[in-house]
Design a protein around this ligand. Structure first.
Ligand code: SF4
Length: 397
């Protein structure tokens, strides 16, 4: 068990004189409910853990009523308290960029609403569906592809229906026996308490055609204390259960997160990782190589490297596609093969591997092709291909 809040982990950076974080008794620090109750949602609370800059404070005020904001004390404890470029801070603290407008940005570029069949079921691929079961997350990541699910201004995904019965969703899955794989996502499904989550998992396991249950959760990164032995034992009863998580930076790999992964693995739950390529956070070769090798060290399989979607409120994190290729080239052959993730872009056509023959640069932009041979041309003003394309500024609203 952890003895309390870990020290800031930025090598060589000491907290400013007089800066100290709250002393939390170990039994509270190790209790995920305590972290959920004590999430940071105000500037005053944030000051206990880091020093918000005037720009961050302005962005926090600007995001109010538009995008949700909360940070677990655990995740805040990983931040450099006074450097706004800290990769943990950039993922969790609102920044001025999310209030700018960018060409081609959309609230739902991946087409969840288009493929939505019931309140919770999104059926995009032939043999599998995602079930969006909650809007709640322990930390509202500033780069979230599903930012509109948790937005306060444009109407969230569920509006008032998050608590509605699952009957219609389960009936849809039962009525489509071609569905053999269900991914529980959201929001973060592990925001639910164990007994509620078990009801959902048990109901899915009772559908004869469902072979695999997958959970997409960032709790191992944002609040690893949530991965309790009780949760793991419960999930083990419904195997095969897989879990994909979302580490973006080596600073997120801590003794606590490694222990959470270990608990999942010991209960037979394979853990994969999906990283998002984020400007200023992990868009360099050294960071990515370290991240992938550290993931292997804690026995997490790197799975996808997502190109950042051009999502409203997220576009300032986008890099060029050329940057993604540069990183992939520096991984391929330089680290062990199963440590190299697949570089993909999520579109309305599905996930497109960012490699030929699925992705071909043309003078007008990127020509994408999916597994069915359908094509989509991405205008280079919307998805920059070169670094020159990518350096344009967003326009102030
Ligand atoms: S935990 Fe996942 S769903 Fe929630 S805000 Fe972060 S990336 Fe989005």
């Amino acid at each position: 068990m952890s003895p309390g809040p870990p020290a800031p982990r930025e090598p060589g950076v000491a907290p400013p004189p007089g800066f100290s974080r709250p002393a939390i008794p170990a039994e509270r620090w190790n209790d995920w409910h305590w972290h959920m109750r004590k999430r940071i949602t105000t500037v005053d609370k944030a000051r206990e853990w880091f020093r918000p800059t005037p720009e961050e404070e302005k962005a926090i005020a600007g995001a109010a009523g538009k995008y949700r904001w909360s940070i677990t004390p655990y995740y805040a404890s990983l931040m450099d308290p006074y450097d706004p470029r800290c990769p943990i801070r950039q993922q969790a603290v609102p920044a001025p960029g999310e209030l700018l407008e960018f060409a081609g940005a959309e609230i739902d570029p991946v087409g969840d609403m288009y493929y939505r069949k019931t309140n919770r079921v999104v059926h995009k691929y032939p043999d599998r569906v995602i079930m969006l079961i909650t809007e709640a997350c322990p930390v509202y990541c500033r780069h979230c592809t599903r930012k509109f699910h948790t937005t306060d201004v444009q109407g969230s995904y569920f509006r008032d229906d998050e608590g509605a019965s699952f009957e219609e969703d389960l009936r849809y899955i039962s009525d489509h026996p071609e569905i053999r794989d269900v991914l529980l996502t959201g929001g973060d499904p592990l925001s639910y308490r164990d007994n509620r989550l078990e009801e959902i998992v048990a109901a899915l396991r009772a559908v004869p055609s469902v072979e695999i249950i997958r959970i997409g959760s960032r709790f191992p990164v944002l609040l690893p204390q949530r991965i309790t032995p009780e949760l793991c034992a419960m999930l083990e009863r419904y195997h095969p259960v897989w879990l994909n998580t979302h580490f973006n930076h080596p600073k997120e790999i801590t003794p606590e997160s490694a222990a959470a992964v270990d608990r999942l693995l010991r209960h037979g739950i394979p853990v994969g990782n999906q990283t998002v390529l984020l400007r200023g956070v992990n868009d360099d070769v050294t960071t990515m190589r370290t991240l992938m090798t550290e993931l292997l060290r804690i026995r997490v399989r790197p799975y996808y490297l997502y190109h950042c979607d051009n999502v409203t409120g997220v576009s300032h994190f986008m890099t060029s596609i050329e940057k993604g290729w540069e990183i992939m080239e520096a991984l391929q052959g330089h680290i062990t093969g199963f440590g190299v993730p697949q570089y993909v872009l999520t579109t309305r056509l599905g996930k497109i591997p960012m490699a030929r023959p699925y992705c071909t640069p043309t003078p007008d932009g990127l020509l994408l092709r999916n597994h069915r041979g359908e094509e989509l041309l991405l205008d280079s003003s919307v998805y920059p291909v070169t670094e020159g394309d990518a350096t344009r500024e967003g326009d102030a609203p």
